[in-house]
Design a protein around this ligand. Sequence first.
Ligand code: IP8
Length: 270
Amino acid sequence: MRERVVLKWGGGLITEKDQMKTVRTDVLDQLTDQLHACLEQGFEVILVHGAGSFGHLKAKQYKLADGLLPNVEFQPLSQRDAIEEVRNDMLELNQHVMDALTRRDISAVAIPPHQWAKGTGPDFEGDLTFFEQAPRGIVMVTFGDVVECDHPRQFGILSGDDIVKRLAAEIEGVNRLVFAMGGVEGVLASPPQDGEPMPELLSTLSSNDVFVGEHQSDMDVTGGIGLKVKRGFEALDSGIEVWLVSGEHGLRVQEACMGLPVTGTQLLKS
Ligand code: IP8
């Protein structure tokens, strides 16, 4: 059976995170080249991307991660109108991803979570069989999104990090989960500080190591690197390899996907 990899392109990698709806096309093309190399080597890849500045800034402004807040007045949009905008913005970002794949002649099918998933967190409801049944060579693509939730919340943010954990655990034949990130080379010994040297990169992290992740809660409505580490450890229980690597250096994403030696952080069971 061919090796199957679940790959997450972080939103902070493929977009300028603090500039509303700004895509990093050069990075996308680089990542797509690496994805192409994996497909050429016979790997099957399921691709999930984050939201970056196409999702987090507006979701934060309208508190979409908190669900319906009937007693709060939002301006200039209602929360419901903001949901429509964020969903459309995410479709726009996804179109940039699909265009990059097309430029590299990669056949791909995107399925937006607001059409197939309900609820947030790792126990969201949704049929994952589309991902399993994709014809060989077709890359199935999905992303973090605003999804419907049960009453009283009514809606919430489903992170791509929750989706990859479920895909890695439940899809037949997944060998590896790779988080490609921007701004860091993996998990650092301490959160990076402006003007200070970059803290040491941890080549491995096990679940009983103490880990303090930086979370830019001023911009980010999901969990930053802490959520990736948490979901990554949960995915280890399914017997797969989990890596966090830079998507901005060399061919690290491709190396990690192929199971080659790579600079980054491997999560290990303790
Ligand atoms: O960037 C968040 O997805 P993530 C989705 O994968 C939105 O955590 C719409 C903010």
